[in-house]
Design a protein around this ligand. Structure first.
Ligand code: 87F
Length: 702
């Protein structure tokens, strides 16, 4: 329902409102001693109109949003116009975002006696029934000298200081207001800090993880901290990688480095800064990512002449150099790789390892003289990625090709290893290997003289694997007790714990443990002897279980006497004795553990892949936390429709089925798996009914 200003005025005047119009409002500001700069103009109902008004330097344009919950409590949000207002801040305020809706026209009228396009904080005086429970102010606004607001009507804009709004306007009215970070990334950080503070206060640093894995996101947060993989940091989306976690990355580096060396890839290092000129050289591929690029604009107190971007990926850094290095076909193939950090200023909810603003990765870039050779390279690397996941992390992946809308826009096609997190059925892209065709070589002039003395452009590939892989591993293998490490990435594969007993000489026991440790070290196993005497064996069992050590060796009086050790396997809690002379079996046992973990993970992954032949089946499977393999026509239009429809039809966020909170959000294509059954003439796309071309895997994703 839309009401004209006239009708609203009538209501305002009939209701004896304190601030019925802009003149009354401006008078009131003067009376309260609030300095303002006023601009008069045509109505500016949308943000796009508002930002056309010329305001003073240092003044922020304000987005005014009025939310209402199911009990008709109202919340007025004043956000900087560039802030991506998220959902998490509601939680910080102790409210549920699921209950909040943007107010409709008649609700705006009811609460503020105002209308869409006119919402402003001064109208709060007209809320005689105290319907507005809180005025939520974006912390970003505190960084500006003034804020631009409408005095009741949007035909005028006043610039006033936020200080005056708070102290001279809201406080005297006895109105609650809260200054808070509104983007999800920042709110997450605030929540973590609150949680940390209350933990510290209550000395709640208990050893055990307090929730089960079924409470997945809380479980994950606890596991990564209690296993000492991660420490939190005060820059949102950035985390400290502790030695226990960093070691895993080092193992991935070693393994993958050895693999790419067999392909004659060489390691290099390119600078992390990109000049604006360079970054923009290749506008098209950067366009979609622009918002995520972080810039350095100052040194000390001075502005840089030219701002510098921090690498979000290194194409525009590397390829100008490639152009210099490639002259003749004898300079090809050129194959380089680098292990670096990357910065992408994401605004989605950050999750340690899975989505972070700074992360570690390797990026490989190759140039070839033929298309065939480049394509072969793409798939060889994809196989390497599959091996990293399978052989090292015991995480199964599905090799596939991204659809046209999901591929890296700069290339010809993108191959991917995808996995599915069994707990929530979300797809997770594990690594990508791109065939870039000649797109970049044409742009950056990477050309060479072929053997017939003809100028030709190089065929390129690029590929990347990140610390996200560690997140997938944690999610797959962890259990109610904490982390479970596959043996090949564990910093300690075995811990030896002596169990002191009155019948046993402590010194002798220690010597025995030390002997065993030495035997195992000789077998190239990573062993730790935990002979600290200020902790009990039980405490140590818990600690190392939480940290995911694959095997615990206990040596107590019985074992000592019988020349045995007691083996306890972390992943399945199997316990058995082995003789010391058989201790070389442990190498094999660790391999068996890896294999068993991998097999279990494969089963769990496969349980999350369902087939569907029509829309109803598709949505049913999606809402049961599955990914869905369907026959598909491969039309982008169809893909977009599935995405849109699945999002709309998915359950409300706060709804529960069988006590489980349902995931919401749309399904997208994860990949077209390389392994395919043949599709015959006449077989239909599950969604639109047109001729199907291949099977595609759909799912909600990270
Ligand atoms: C964010 C900001 C700017 C992804 C970005 O996948 C640019 C980009 O180009 C960007 N996020 N990408 C795509 C990266 C493509 C490619 N680069 C080499 C890889 C693997 C390693």
């Amino acid at each position: 329902m839309w009401k004209s200003r006239k009708i609203i005025y009538k209501i305002l005047i009939e209701n004896n409102l304190l601030l019925p119009n802009k003149q009354a409002c401006l008078n009131q500001l003067t009376k309260l001693g609030i300095n303002y700069i006023a601009h008069h103009h045509d109505p500016v109902p949308t943000m796009d109109d508002v930002i056309k008004i010329q305001v003073t330097n240092g003044t922020a344009y304000v987005k005014n949003l009025l939310y209402v919950d199911k009990k008709s409590n109202y919340y007025l949000i004043l956000a900087n116009h560039t802030t991506q207002v998220g959902k998490l801040f509601w939680k910080t305020l102790g409210l549920s975002s699921g209950n909040m809706r943007l107010s409709k026209e008649e609700q705006i009228l009811e609460a503020l006696k105002s209308s869409k396009g006119n919402i402003n904080p001064f109208a709060i005086v007209n809320d005689s029934n105290n319907r507005v429970k809180n005025i939520i102010i974006d912390e970003e606004l505190t960084k500006f000298q003034r804020v631009a607001l409408h005095p009741i009507e949007n035909t005028t804009t006043v610039e006033i200081s936020l200080d005056d709004l708070q102290n001279k306007f809201l406080k005297p009215l006895n109105r609650q207001y809260t200054i808070i970070k509104l983007t999800d990334a920042e709110a997450e950080q605030q929540l973590q800090q609150l949680k940390q503070q209350s933990n510290d206060q209550q000395h709640l640093q208990t050893l055990a993880i307090t929730v089960k894995k079924s409470d997945f996101s809380e479980w994950y947060q606890q596991v990564i901290r209690k296993a000492e993989l991660i420490e939190y940091y005060d820059v949102s989306g950035c985390y400290i990688l502790r030695p226990w976690g960093y070691f895993i990355w080092e193992q991935i580096q070693r393994y993958f480095d050895d693999l790419i060396r067999t392909e004659d890839v060489e390691n290099t290092y390119f600078p992390m800064f990109i000049s604006a000129k360079h970054l923009n050289k290749e506008k098209e591929h950067v366009e979609g990512f622009k918002a995520e690029v972080a810039w350095v604009t100052k040194y000390g107190e001075s502005d840089l002449n030219e701002p510098l971007a921090i690498r979000p990926t290194s194409e525009t850094i590397m390829y100008p150099a490639f152009a210099k290095w490639v002259q003749s076909h004898r300079d090809l193939p050129l194959k380089v790789n680098q292990w670096t950090n990357i910065v992408r200023w994401e605004f989605k909810f950050p999750t340690p390892f899975i989505r972070t603003r700074e992360f570690l990765w390797q990026e490989g870039h190759t140039a070839h003289s033929t298309k065939e050779e480049a394509i072969k390279q793409v798939y060889t690397i994809l196989d390497f990625y599959e091996q990293v996941y399978g052989e090292l992390l015991a995480v199964p992946v599905i090799k596939g090709i991204k659809t046209e809308s999901e591929k890296f826009a700069g290339g010809d096609f993108t191959t991917t290893v995808e996995t599915i997190i069994p707990q929530n059925g979300r797809g997770l892209q594990g690594a990508t290997s791109h065939h870039l065709g000649q797109n970049f070589s044409k742009m950056f002039e990477i050309n060479f003289e072929d053997d017939k003395k003809q100028k030709a452009f190089a065929w390129q590939t690029s590929w990347g694997l990140t610390t996200r892989s560690i997140g997938a591993m944690i999610m797959f293998h962890g259990d109610d007790k904490g982390l479970v490490l596959p043996p090949r990435i564990a910093k300690y594969q075995i811990v030896i714990i002596p169990i002191i007993h009155k019948d046993l000489d402590e010194k002798q026991l220690n010597e025995r443990c030390e002997q065993i440790k030495q035997i195992l070290i000789k077998q190239k196993l990573r062993v730790h002897l935990d002979n600290r005497d200020n902790y009990s064996p039980g405490w140590k069992f818990n600690k190392w279980e939480q940290k995911g050590v694959p095997i615990r060796l206990e040596i107590g009086p019985g074992e000592f006497k019988n020349n045995e050790v007691r083996v306890v396997q972390r992943f399945d809690n199997k316990k058995y004795q082995i003789k010391i002379e058989e201790i070389n079996k442990l190498n094999q046992i660790l391999d068996n553990i890896h294999n068993a973990m991998f097999e279990k993970a494969k089963i769990e992954l496969n349980q999350r892949i369902k087939q569907a032949d029509n829309w109803k089946e598709f949505m049913t499977q999606l809402n049961q936390r599955n990914t869905i393999l369907t026959k598909w026509c491969e039309r982008q239009e169809c893909e977009q429709q599935v995405k849109g429809k699945s999002g709309m039809e998915s359950k409300e966020k706060d709804s529960e089925i069988n006590g489980q909170v349902q995931l919401t959000g749309s399904a997208k294509t994860l990949c077209i798996p390389l392994k395919q059954d043949e599709i015959k003439e006449g077989e239909q796309c599950f969604h639109c009914g047109q001729q199907a071309k291949r099977y595609v895997l759909w799912g909600r994703s990270y």
